[in-house]
Ligand binder design. Sequence first.
Ligand code: EPZ
Length: 444
Amino acid sequence: MEKFVIKGGQPLKGEVMVAGAKNAALKTVVASVLTDEEVVIENIPLISDLFLMVETAKRLGLSIEIDKKKRALFSKGGSLKTNKIPLEVGARIRTSSMFLSPLLSRFGEAVIPNPGGCRIGCRPIDRHIEGLAKMGAKIYYDPSDGYFHAKAARLHGVDFTFSKNTHTGTETLILAAVKAEGRTVLTNAAQEPEVDDLIKLLNSMGARIDRVEQRKIVIEGVKKLRGTKYKIMADRNEIVTLAIAALASKGEVTIHGGKREYLKAFLAKVREAGGGWEPKGEEITRFFYQKNFRPTEIITGPYPSFMTDWQAPWALLMTQTQGLSTIHETVFESRFLYVFELRKMGAKIDFFDPQVSHPQKFYNFNWVDKKQNCHQGIKIFGPTPLHNAILEVSDLRAGATLVLAGMIAKGESTLFGVEQIDRGYEKIEERLNKLGADIKRIKN
Ligand code: EPZ
C-alpha cells in the first residue's frame, strides 16, 4: 500500500500537458487483437490500467509492448494461444471483458470472467451479451466457475437497439461487428467521444464504420483489418480534474491538450459557478479563480451531459461555494463513497433521493441493481473550510477528489490506497507538485 501526505494551502499556478485518454487507450489494446499486422498507438497514458490490459493481451499470446519513452504501444498481433481470460485478471481490470468480441471474431470461442461489481456499482454486462447473442454468439454464464462461455461459428450483422446507454457496450458491439458477416446497425448507441476515437482507430485499420446519426452507428463487416499508426485523444476526465484543482485552490492553470467541444457541459457549469476559463489556443484552455463560487445543480448523464466521472471533484468545489448545491447521479448506483471522506475534513454534505417519476427508465443503471442504502442525490452546504484528515480512497475519481481536497485543506492530510489513483492518472503528484502543490508519495 502506498500513501500520499498532502500539505494544503498552496494555490496552483502554471501550465500542464494532459495525458492520453485512459478510456480510449484501454480499448486500443482490444482492437489490436483484430489484426496480425503492427498497430502503433501514440499519446498513451502511462497508467496501471493500461499496463494490466497489455499484460492480459500478452497472456492471450499477443506480442505487444509499451515504449514509455515514446509513450507508444506496439502490437504485432501474433499467434493467439488461448481464448480464456483468467479470473484473477478479470477481477483486476473490468475492461478485460472486452476481449470477448475479438476472441469470438478470431477464434469463434471465448471464456471471460464476469466483470461484475466494483465500488461504484454492480456494472453487469447484460447489454453487451444481449447484442452479441443477436449477432449469433451462444453465450451462457456458469455461476459455478464465474465465467461467461461464448461460442460463435461466424458473427453476423444485426439491427440492434440498446435498451439503455452503455459506453463499453457500444464499443463491444462495434468490435464484434467490424469483421462480422454483413451490416450491423446500432441504435441508441453511446456517443462518448472515446467511442468515436475507437471508431477512428478501427477505420484507420480498414473497418467501415459510420455514425450516421447522433445515436446510430452503421458498420459494414470486412474480411480483414490491417495495421495502423494512431494517436489517441486527450483525457477529458483528467482535464476536468486539473481544472477543478486550479479553481478550488484559487489559482490559475493553463491546460494543454484536449478539445473544448468535448467538455461543453463542464465549461458551462464552470461559468455558472463563477469560475474563470478562457481559450488560449485550439487545444489550450486557461482555468482561473476569479471570485466566490456560486452554487449549482448538477444532474449527471451519458454524453453530452455532465459526466458521472466529473461529479466527485465537482462536489469538492461546491463545498467552497456560498450556498446549497445539489448533485443527482443517474449513471451509477453507488458513486458517492467519497462523501464519507470529505465529511471527515469538515464538509457538510447530506444524502437525499430526488423524486423521479419512472426511475426504472430514468436511471442508466439497471433498477434491479439499486440498493436501498445507496442514494442518488447529495446536498452540499458551503462554504465549509476543510481541515486535514486521514483518508481512504474508494475508487479512481473519488481518489483524485481526495487529493484535491488535501491540497485545499488546512494542515497535512494522509491518503491511503493511492494505487487506485495510479490506475487512471499518470504520476498525479509529480504533475500537481510542478504546479505548486505539496504532495509526498510514501511507499509503505
Ligand atoms: C465507461 O464505463 C467508462 N469506463 C467509465 O469510466 C465511465 O464512467 C462510463 O463509461 C460512463 O461514461 C471505460 O470506458 C473503461 P456504461 P462503462 O456501460 O462502459 C450499467 C472511469 O472512472 N450497465 O455506460 O462500464 C452500468 O452498470 C470509469 O474512468 C448495465 O447495467 O459504463 C452503469 O450503471 C468509471 N448493463 C450504467 O449502465 C450493461 O450491460 C452505464 O454503464 C452495461 C451498463
